[in-house]
Design a protein around this ligand. Structure first.
Ligand code: ADP
Length: 519
């Protein structure tokens, strides 16, 4: 037990709860941070602070969550993570808000309902293409890891099955060393009401391990980029052209590679951010309200040879297994999630009060975090501190205590947090430096945080004007570790996400951004 310097009270560590599905890296990170593991035999049923498991929680578990507790899933998110539901929601958004914004999902038909439509589309396309072939992919709506997938060109190879989607196969993927790849982008939604979305600045690029070849559609090692498939392939260990050994790169290595070919990686990154926001907006108004929970999503994105990003699917509980050295980033990802969730926790993580007063403090902190308290009910700001983690070139962790001392009113908080921005730039830079540089013909971008920086610089300019605040009087933090805030991204969207989500207004703002990018 430690003594809290500011209050003199005795503190005890936070407690995490896991089950047999919890990824081992989560447990190891929390132990490393000084948390204790929940012991069902020894402890009261409610004596835990974070419950992290792979499967979703029942609604009763959400309803019964205590103010000092957090769950790692939000109810209602299968609307995004089931392939058929995702397709339906995005189709609905396209009908409502136009195709120009929602053109990032390949043409999709949900079986068996869309069977006739698919057949009509297939034969119409065949007629148009003449002797050229068209390509389709059949995917089970609920399965993952590439299981049950079929790619076909000829209608006679198509097997109709319930619970499948049939999708246009992107047959012109961006190839690296003639290998297909897709991106795994980590996205954390810390709340749906108000909607708050963070994108992780680092991610994975997953490669097929055999060269792309449209003349053999049965070769999963050439057409599917799932690492669960490719790690068992004969070519996995081989040193492959450009991509090297294994089947994964980090996102920063991928962007560095693109820059070496004079590709505008920042523009691509902006498009990805926009796609993430538009996708989550499709379900945000209909997810049930739930306090004290967050969701980590894995967005799978394929880039075609014209650098257009396509959304393939959204995963809940994205794999956190550490299969190879590139996967090490998942450790930092988990650290950064904890930083993100507890950033506004109004007490030192790992130093929870053991007495009744401090239990109340925890309750208040949690309430305040989720909009349950008025600003004046909060704990003294001096107790807000967190640990910022930065990575050395060799991936070893440098811990840096960061204390946040906001000035008097909550309106000044954003400005206070913005002063920590340099730390972030440093960590991003260090991260980039630690990766093997391929060929940089021009200066790498200082940072890849377009929307967050837009939001920050906008806030800078309006220091004296009244700021739109969240329900609990506080704008979301612009960053935590490598997580950057992508929504809300300006004051208009901040306003449009409070007191009910004004999707139309948000879409207008996104459209403006898109027009600006085009011009
Ligand atoms: P799963 O949940 O089984 O992983 P995905 O939708 O992610 O299903 O598809 C698995 C892999 O198949 C992807 O990683 C990608 O390589 C490939 N793939 C999926 N859909 C398409 C598509 N429309 N066009 C091209 N490749 C695709």
């Amino acid at each position: 037990m430690e003594e809290d310097e500011s209050s003199g009270a005795l503190l005890k560590p936070l407690v995490f709860r896991v089950d047999e599905t919890t990824p081992p890296v989560v447990q190891s990170v929390l132990l490393e941070r000084g948390w204790n593991k929940f012991d069902e035999q020894e402890q009261n049923a409610e004596d835990w602070n974070l419950y992290w498991r792979t499967s979703s929680f029942r609604m009763t578990e959400h309803i019964n969550v205590k103010p000092w507790q957090q769950l790692n899933h939000h109810p209602g998110t299968t609307k995004l993570t089931r392939k058929d539901c995702l397709a339906k929601h995005l189709k609905h958004m396209r009908r409502m808000y136009g195709t120009s914004l929602y053109q990032f999902i390949p043409l999709t038909f949900v079986m068996p309902n869309d069977y006739t439509k698919f057949v009509a589309e297939y034969f119409q396309e065949r007629q148009m293409l003449g002797t050229k072939r068209s390509y389709w992919i059949c995917k089970p709506a609920e399965l993952s890891r590439g299981r049950g997938i079929l790619i076909f060109s000829d209608f006679k190879d198509f097997i109709v099955d319930d619970m499948y989607i049939v999708q246009k196969y992107i047959s012109n993927p961006l190839l690296i060393g003639r290998y297909k790849c897709d991106l795994r982008i980590y996205v954390c939604v810390t709340g749906f009401k108000p909607l708050t979305i963070y994108v992780y600045q680092e991610g994975l690029v997953r490669f097929a391990t055999e060269k792309f070849d449209l003349s053999n559609l049965q070769n999963n090692y050439a057409h599917l980029t799932n690492s669960s498939i490719n790690k068992s392939g004969a070519s996995y260990e081989k040193i492959k052209e450009v991509i090297g050994h294994g089947c994964k790169w980090t996102l920063s290595r991928f962007f560095s590679y693109l820059r070496s070919w004079d590709v505008d990686d920042l523009l691509l990154w902006k498009k990805i951010h926009r796609m993430v926001i538009l996708t989550i907006l499709a379900i945000a108004p209909s997810v049930p309200s739930a306090a004290n929970c967050f969701e980590l999503f894995g967005f799978d994105i394929l880039i075609d040879d014209s650098l257009k990003p396509w959304l393939l699917e959204v995963n809940c509980s994205p794999a956190l297994t550490l299969d190879c050295s590139t996967d090490v980033l998942k450790r930092k990802l988990v650290h950064d999630i904890i930083d993100l969730i507890y950033l506004n926790g109004l007490r030192n993580e790992g130093r929870e009060a053991s007495n009744a007063t401090h239990r109340n403090s925890n309750i208040n902190a949690a309430k305040s975090d989720r909009g349950g308290l008025d600003a004046h009910d909060c704990l003294p700001y001096e107790s807000l501190s967190f640990t910022s983690r930065m990575y050395n070139k060799d991936d070893s962790v440098v811990e840096k205590a960061v204390s946040v001392h906001p000035k008097a009113a909550p309106v000044s908080q954003l400005e206070g947090e913005m002063s920590g921005q340099d730390d972030f730039h440093l960590s991003t830079k260090e991260m980039a430096q630690s990766k093997p540089k391929i060929r940089s013909r021009h200066t790498p971008h200082k940072t890849l945080m377009p929307y967050a920086s837009l939001f920050q610089s906008h806030s800078c300019k309006t220091k004296t004007s009244p700021r739109v605040l969240s329900d609990h009087g506080k704008a979301p933090d612009p960053q935590a570790g490598n997580f950057v805030l992508v929504f809300p991204f300006n004051e208009a969207t901040l306003g449009a996400s409070r007191n009910g989500l004004n999707v139309k207004r948000i879409i207008q703002e996104l459209q403006k951004l898109m027009n600006k990018q085009h011009s």
